[in-house]
Design a protein around this ligand. Structure first.
Ligand code: ARG
Length: 260
Protein backbone atom coordinates (compact mmCIF):
# COMPACT_ATOMS: atom_id res chain seq x y z
CA UNK A 1 0.00 0.00 0.00
CA UNK A 2 2.75 2.40 1.01
CA UNK A 3 4.73 1.39 -2.03
CA UNK A 4 1.73 2.09 -4.25
CA UNK A 5 1.32 5.54 -2.76
CA UNK A 6 4.97 6.31 -3.30
CA UNK A 7 4.76 5.15 -6.89
CA UNK A 8 1.67 7.26 -7.48
CA UNK A 9 3.44 10.24 -6.00
CA UNK A 10 6.49 9.66 -8.15
CA UNK A 11 4.30 9.34 -11.22
CA UNK A 12 2.50 12.56 -10.33
CA UNK A 13 5.85 14.36 -10.00
CA UNK A 14 7.08 13.08 -13.33
CA UNK A 15 3.81 14.20 -14.86
CA UNK A 16 4.04 17.64 -13.26
CA UNK A 17 7.62 18.08 -14.39
CA UNK A 18 6.86 17.02 -17.97
CA UNK A 19 3.79 19.22 -18.09
CA UNK A 20 5.84 22.11 -16.78
CA UNK A 21 8.67 21.47 -19.21
CA UNK A 22 6.04 21.38 -21.94
CA UNK A 23 4.90 24.87 -20.99
CA UNK A 24 8.46 26.13 -21.06
CA UNK A 25 9.01 24.59 -24.46
CA UNK A 26 6.04 26.44 -25.83
CA UNK A 27 7.38 29.72 -24.62
CA UNK A 28 5.30 29.64 -21.47
CA UNK A 29 2.16 30.71 -23.25
CA UNK A 30 -0.89 28.52 -23.23
CA UNK A 31 -3.01 30.94 -25.19
CA UNK A 32 -1.90 29.58 -28.55
CA UNK A 33 -1.09 31.67 -31.65
CA UNK A 34 2.52 30.68 -32.43
CA UNK A 35 3.97 27.22 -31.69
CA UNK A 36 2.37 23.81 -31.38
CA UNK A 37 -1.20 23.52 -30.25
CA UNK A 38 -2.27 20.28 -28.62
CA UNK A 39 -4.86 17.89 -29.99
CA UNK A 40 -6.28 15.90 -27.09
CA UNK A 41 -7.28 12.51 -28.36
CA UNK A 42 -9.28 9.81 -26.60
CA UNK A 43 -9.12 6.17 -27.61
CA UNK A 44 -10.03 2.84 -26.05
CA UNK A 45 -6.65 1.12 -26.33
CA UNK A 46 -7.97 -2.42 -26.63
CA UNK A 47 -8.63 -2.85 -30.33
CA UNK A 48 -5.68 -4.20 -32.33
CA UNK A 49 -4.76 -3.42 -35.06
CA UNK A 50 -6.40 0.01 -34.60
CA UNK A 51 -5.28 0.90 -31.08
CA UNK A 52 -3.30 -1.29 -28.73
CA UNK A 53 -0.25 -1.36 -26.50
CA UNK A 54 2.30 -4.13 -26.58
CA UNK A 55 3.59 -5.39 -23.27
CA UNK A 56 6.63 -3.43 -22.15
CA UNK A 57 6.00 -0.70 -24.74
CA UNK A 58 4.83 2.69 -23.70
CA UNK A 59 3.72 4.03 -27.08
CA UNK A 60 0.21 3.25 -28.20
CA UNK A 61 0.24 1.73 -31.64
CA UNK A 62 -2.05 0.82 -34.48
CA UNK A 63 -3.71 2.18 -37.58
CA UNK A 64 -5.77 4.82 -35.73
CA UNK A 65 -2.75 5.93 -33.72
CA UNK A 66 -0.61 6.43 -36.83
CA UNK A 67 -3.47 8.13 -38.62
CA UNK A 68 -4.26 10.63 -35.87
CA UNK A 69 -0.57 11.44 -35.39
CA UNK A 70 -0.33 12.11 -39.13
CA UNK A 71 -3.50 14.23 -39.02
CA UNK A 72 -2.12 16.21 -36.07
CA UNK A 73 1.18 16.75 -37.83
CA UNK A 74 -0.61 17.92 -40.94
CA UNK A 75 -2.59 20.44 -38.86
CA UNK A 76 0.47 21.60 -36.90
CA UNK A 77 -0.76 20.14 -33.60
CA UNK A 78 1.01 18.02 -31.01
CA UNK A 79 -1.02 14.87 -30.42
CA UNK A 80 -1.71 13.66 -26.88
CA UNK A 81 -3.52 10.34 -26.59
CA UNK A 82 -5.51 9.26 -23.53
CA UNK A 83 -6.70 5.72 -22.95
CA UNK A 84 -10.40 5.84 -22.06
CA UNK A 85 -12.81 2.88 -21.94
CA UNK A 86 -14.98 2.74 -25.06
CA UNK A 87 -18.23 3.58 -23.31
CA UNK A 88 -16.57 6.59 -21.63
CA UNK A 89 -15.32 8.21 -24.84
CA UNK A 90 -18.39 10.20 -25.90
CA UNK A 91 -18.97 11.46 -22.33
CA UNK A 92 -15.29 12.58 -22.23
CA UNK A 93 -15.78 14.44 -25.49
CA UNK A 94 -18.94 16.10 -24.22
CA UNK A 95 -17.17 17.11 -21.00
CA UNK A 96 -14.42 18.65 -23.20
CA UNK A 97 -11.76 16.50 -21.57
CA UNK A 98 -10.69 15.53 -25.08
CA UNK A 99 -10.98 17.22 -28.49
CA UNK A 100 -11.48 14.14 -30.65
CA UNK A 101 -12.11 10.41 -30.47
CA UNK A 102 -10.36 7.98 -32.76
CA UNK A 103 -11.23 4.48 -31.67
CA UNK A 104 -12.55 2.42 -34.54
CA UNK A 105 -15.75 4.30 -33.89
CA UNK A 106 -18.56 3.61 -36.32
CA UNK A 107 -20.43 6.58 -37.75
CA UNK A 108 -24.15 6.14 -37.05
CA UNK A 109 -27.26 8.26 -36.61
CA UNK A 110 -27.63 7.60 -32.92
CA UNK A 111 -24.13 8.92 -32.20
CA UNK A 112 -24.64 11.82 -34.59
CA UNK A 113 -27.21 13.16 -32.16
CA UNK A 114 -24.37 13.73 -29.70
CA UNK A 115 -21.20 14.21 -31.73
CA UNK A 116 -19.87 15.34 -35.10
CA UNK A 117 -17.95 12.93 -37.29
CA UNK A 118 -15.15 13.49 -39.76
CA UNK A 119 -15.41 12.00 -43.23
CA UNK A 120 -15.19 8.19 -43.09
CA UNK A 121 -11.62 6.88 -42.92
CA UNK A 122 -12.05 3.09 -42.85
CA UNK A 123 -14.67 0.57 -44.02
CA UNK A 124 -15.48 -2.09 -41.50
CA UNK A 125 -18.33 -4.32 -40.40
CA UNK A 126 -19.25 -6.98 -37.87
CA UNK A 127 -18.41 -10.67 -37.93
CA UNK A 128 -18.37 -13.33 -35.27
CA UNK A 129 -15.86 -15.61 -33.64
CA UNK A 130 -16.78 -19.05 -32.29
CA UNK A 131 -14.81 -21.94 -30.82
CA UNK A 132 -12.94 -23.94 -33.46
CA UNK A 133 -15.01 -27.06 -32.78
CA UNK A 134 -18.35 -25.23 -32.87
CA UNK A 135 -20.90 -27.09 -35.00
CA UNK A 136 -24.19 -25.39 -34.10
CA UNK A 137 -23.39 -21.79 -35.05
CA UNK A 138 -22.77 -21.18 -38.73
CA UNK A 139 -24.58 -17.88 -39.24
CA UNK A 140 -25.95 -14.98 -37.22
CA UNK A 141 -29.42 -16.52 -37.33
CA UNK A 142 -28.06 -19.46 -35.35
CA UNK A 143 -27.24 -17.22 -32.40
CA UNK A 144 -30.79 -17.35 -31.06
CA UNK A 145 -30.85 -19.20 -27.77
CA UNK A 146 -27.07 -18.76 -27.32
CA UNK A 147 -24.91 -16.57 -25.11
CA UNK A 148 -22.89 -13.97 -26.97
CA UNK A 149 -20.18 -11.61 -25.70
CA UNK A 150 -19.78 -8.07 -27.04
CA UNK A 151 -17.84 -5.00 -25.97
CA UNK A 152 -20.04 -2.62 -24.00
CA UNK A 153 -21.25 0.48 -25.81
CA UNK A 154 -20.44 -0.80 -29.30
CA UNK A 155 -22.40 -1.33 -32.48
CA UNK A 156 -21.94 -5.08 -31.84
CA UNK A 157 -23.89 -4.76 -28.61
CA UNK A 158 -26.68 -2.93 -30.48
CA UNK A 159 -26.75 -5.35 -33.39
CA UNK A 160 -26.84 -8.50 -31.28
CA UNK A 161 -29.63 -7.14 -29.09
CA UNK A 162 -31.59 -6.42 -32.26
CA UNK A 163 -31.31 -10.05 -33.40
CA UNK A 164 -33.60 -10.99 -30.52
CA UNK A 165 -33.59 -14.16 -28.45
CA UNK A 166 -29.85 -13.89 -27.73
CA UNK A 167 -28.41 -13.68 -24.23
CA UNK A 168 -25.98 -10.76 -24.51
CA UNK A 169 -22.99 -10.39 -22.18
CA UNK A 170 -21.52 -6.90 -22.37
CA UNK A 171 -17.87 -6.88 -21.30
CA UNK A 172 -15.30 -4.12 -21.07
CA UNK A 173 -12.94 -5.12 -23.86
CA UNK A 174 -12.80 -7.46 -26.86
CA UNK A 175 -10.01 -9.36 -25.05
CA UNK A 176 -12.45 -10.05 -22.19
CA UNK A 177 -14.96 -11.31 -24.77
CA UNK A 178 -12.46 -13.72 -26.34
CA UNK A 179 -11.44 -14.97 -22.91
CA UNK A 180 -15.06 -15.62 -22.05
CA UNK A 181 -15.49 -17.57 -25.30
CA UNK A 182 -12.49 -19.78 -24.57
CA UNK A 183 -13.70 -20.36 -21.03
CA UNK A 184 -17.09 -21.54 -22.40
CA UNK A 185 -18.89 -18.65 -20.71
CA UNK A 186 -20.38 -17.68 -24.10
CA UNK A 187 -20.71 -19.45 -27.47
CA UNK A 188 -19.77 -16.55 -29.73
CA UNK A 189 -18.18 -13.11 -29.81
CA UNK A 190 -19.52 -10.44 -32.17
CA UNK A 191 -17.00 -7.73 -32.94
CA UNK A 192 -15.47 -5.71 -35.78
CA UNK A 193 -14.15 -7.90 -38.62
CA UNK A 194 -10.58 -6.54 -38.88
CA UNK A 195 -10.12 -6.89 -35.12
CA UNK A 196 -11.41 -10.48 -35.15
CA UNK A 197 -9.16 -11.36 -38.07
CA UNK A 198 -6.11 -9.74 -36.50
CA UNK A 199 -6.77 -11.51 -33.21
CA UNK A 200 -6.85 -14.90 -34.88
CA UNK A 201 -3.93 -14.45 -37.26
CA UNK A 202 -1.59 -12.44 -35.04
CA UNK A 203 -2.07 -14.29 -31.81
CA UNK A 204 -1.76 -17.61 -33.61
CA UNK A 205 -4.97 -18.48 -31.83
CA UNK A 206 -6.16 -21.97 -32.80
CA UNK A 207 -8.96 -22.58 -30.32
CA UNK A 208 -11.32 -20.22 -32.13
CA UNK A 209 -12.34 -19.31 -35.67
CA UNK A 210 -13.92 -16.31 -37.38
CA UNK A 211 -16.97 -16.92 -39.58
CA UNK A 212 -17.13 -15.15 -42.95
CA UNK A 213 -20.69 -13.79 -42.76
CA UNK A 214 -20.96 -10.04 -42.16
CA UNK A 215 -23.80 -8.74 -40.06
CA UNK A 216 -23.32 -5.08 -40.99
CA UNK A 217 -21.15 -2.77 -43.08
CA UNK A 218 -19.86 0.19 -41.07
CA UNK A 219 -17.63 3.22 -41.62
CA UNK A 220 -15.25 4.54 -38.99
CA UNK A 221 -14.99 8.27 -38.35
CA UNK A 222 -13.15 10.60 -36.01
CA UNK A 223 -15.66 12.06 -33.54
CA UNK A 224 -15.72 15.66 -32.32
CA UNK A 225 -17.88 17.72 -30.01
CA UNK A 226 -21.16 18.74 -31.56
CA UNK A 227 -20.22 22.43 -31.77
CA UNK A 228 -16.67 21.96 -33.05
CA UNK A 229 -17.25 22.46 -36.77
CA UNK A 230 -14.01 24.42 -37.04
CA UNK A 231 -11.90 21.46 -35.97
CA UNK A 232 -14.05 19.14 -38.10
CA UNK A 233 -13.07 21.12 -41.20
CA UNK A 234 -9.39 21.04 -40.25
CA UNK A 235 -9.50 17.29 -39.68
CA UNK A 236 -11.31 16.62 -42.95
CA UNK A 237 -8.81 18.78 -44.81
CA UNK A 238 -5.93 16.90 -43.19
CA UNK A 239 -7.48 13.51 -44.02
CA UNK A 240 -7.96 14.60 -47.62
CA UNK A 241 -4.36 15.74 -47.83
CA UNK A 242 -3.07 12.45 -46.39
CA UNK A 243 -5.12 10.53 -48.96
CA UNK A 244 -3.75 12.67 -51.77
CA UNK A 245 -0.11 12.55 -50.75
CA UNK A 246 0.03 8.79 -50.22
CA UNK A 247 0.55 8.95 -46.47
CA UNK A 248 -2.83 7.30 -45.77
CA UNK A 249 -1.96 4.43 -48.13
CA UNK A 250 1.36 3.93 -46.38
CA UNK A 251 -0.30 3.67 -42.98
CA UNK A 252 -2.97 1.37 -44.43
CA UNK A 253 -0.36 -0.92 -45.97
CA UNK A 254 1.60 -1.03 -42.72
CA UNK A 255 -1.36 -2.48 -40.81
CA UNK A 256 -3.43 -4.27 -43.45
CA UNK A 257 -1.05 -5.13 -46.23
CA UNK A 258 -2.02 -4.18 -49.75
CA UNK A 259 -4.43 -1.31 -50.33
CA UNK A 260 -7.91 -2.59 -51.17
N1 ARG B 1 -16.89 -0.06 -34.38
C1 ARG B 1 -17.54 -0.39 -33.15
C2 ARG B 1 -18.33 0.78 -32.64
O1 ARG B 1 -18.14 1.87 -33.05
C3 ARG B 1 -16.57 -0.88 -32.10
C4 ARG B 1 -15.48 0.07 -31.76
C5 ARG B 1 -14.69 -0.35 -30.55
N2 ARG B 1 -13.46 0.38 -30.43
C6 ARG B 1 -12.53 0.15 -29.50
N3 ARG B 1 -11.42 0.87 -29.52
N4 ARG B 1 -12.68 -0.76 -28.59
O2 ARG B 1 -19.16 0.66 -31.78
Amino acid sequence: MKMKKLLALAAACVFAVTAFAGCGGNGGSSSSSSSAKVLKVGSSIDFAPFEFQDEGQKEYQGFDMDLIRAVGKEMGYDVEIQNIGFDGLIPALQAKNIDVIISGMTINDERKENVLFSDPYYQSGLTMVVRADEQGIKSFQDLKGHKVAVQIGTTSAEAVKKLGGVEVKELNTPADCFMELKANGVDAVVNDRPVNDYYITKSGETGVKALPERLTAEDYGIALAKDNTELQTKINDALKKLKENGEYDKIYAKWFGEQK
